[in-house]
Write a protein that binds this ligand. Structure first.
Ligand code: ATP
Length: 294
């Protein structure tokens, strides 16, 4: 009998992204506040006798060993010393290379599914170490909800949860690579005295004010290189968003709206302009943990 597990792989936005300085290892030292949102891919992970296999119908997602879900399975197999196989089917809804963490989320979901399927016993420390070696955003997706990320984003801790019911994600349809975003960051405005609390959180006077006071240090440089993202932001604001901001390294912009009427209108206007647009809401840590395996 083959056993199979279905797991939801949620997208994230970054409420804040403070880039502090470039470290000696080449990574940038970050302070970010991550947030999972209701948009998700669905992974079906099936135990097999053969090798690790990944399949995704979306042509922008690799089905070979470069897929992050594939890498996650290989690393876990090695760490657990098992020779069991798996087939990972990815139903993709999260736009690719869009600043929404799709690949990282798929990697974390694969780890969680395979731990169950292969009945592996790992300490949290070991699991988070594997996740961090797969990518800076992967450990966050083991946790979900609203969380602080420090270091290169891989050291995560839960925060007081933010609830926001009317968020609109808009993607202009081109990819911005994370590397390109950091390379275009011409000046680093922060000193090496790195405060743990992100600047936007302090300015917001508490976590509940954050959706309207969020800030992303990558935005200025990425918007200068891609004026169409600035146009999306401008449109969201003119359609009634209380706040609009690029997520992660872009190109997706999120808009914070007050009510369902305003967001419905903005969603249809964005689609009419040829953009990918999707209404979402925040998924807090409790809902995240309770629903990923549903
Ligand atoms: P981040 O915000 O973490 O930088 P992102 O949302 O901008 O990530 P992803 O959707 O994770 O970007 O995709 C980045 C690249 O990773 C793509 O170019 C894609 O080819 C590759 N990739 C590898 N595995 C996956 C996966 N499972 N899903 C999506 N993309 C993947």
């Amino acid at each position: 009998m083959t056993s199979s597990i279905e797991i939801q792989s949620y997208a994230k936005i970054n409420w804040t992204l403070d880039v502090l300085f470039k470290r000696e290892d080449g990574y940038h030292e970050l302070r970010t506040i991550y947030q999972t949102v209701s948009l998700h891919d669905t992974l079906t992970v099936t135990e097999t006798e053969g090798p690790i296999q990944v399949h995704c119908a979306d042509p922008r997602v690799p089905s070979d060993e470069t897929n992050l879900a594939f890498k996650a399975a290989v690393m876990l197999r090695k760490a657990a010393g098992t020779i069991r196989g798996a087939r990972i089917e990815i139903e993709k809804r999260i736009p690719v290379a869009a600043g929404l963490g799709g690949g990282s989320s798929n990697a974390a979901a694969t780890l969680l599914a395979l731990i169950k399927l292969w009945q592996i016993e790992l300490t949290d420390q070991e699991l988070f170490r594997i996740a961090a070696s797969l990518g800076s955003d992967v450990p966050f997706f083991l946790l979900g909800g609203t969380a602080l990320g420090v270091g290169r984003g891989e050291e995560v801790s839960p925060l007081e949860q933010i609830h926001c019911h009317h968020l609109l994600l808009v993607n202009p349809g081109f990819a911005v690579s994370t590397r390109e975003a950091y390379e275009s960051l011409s000046r680093l405005t922060r000193s090496e005295a790195a405060p743990i609390i992100p600047f936007a959180l302090m300015a917001a006077n508490g976590i509940s004010g954050l959706p309207l006071a969020a800030r992303n240090d990558l935005e200025e440089a990425v918007l200068a290189a891609h004026p169409e993202i600035a146009e999306v932001k401008r449109r969201l604001l003119s359609l009634g968003a209380r706040h609009a901001q690029m997520s992660g390294s872009g190109a997706t912009v999120f808009g914070v709206f007050d009510n369902s009427q305003a967001i419905e209108h903005a969603e249809s206007e964005a689609r009419a302009a040829g953009y990918w647009a999707q209404q979402v809401r925040t998924v807090d840590v409790r809902e995240y943990q309770a629903t990923i395996f549903q």
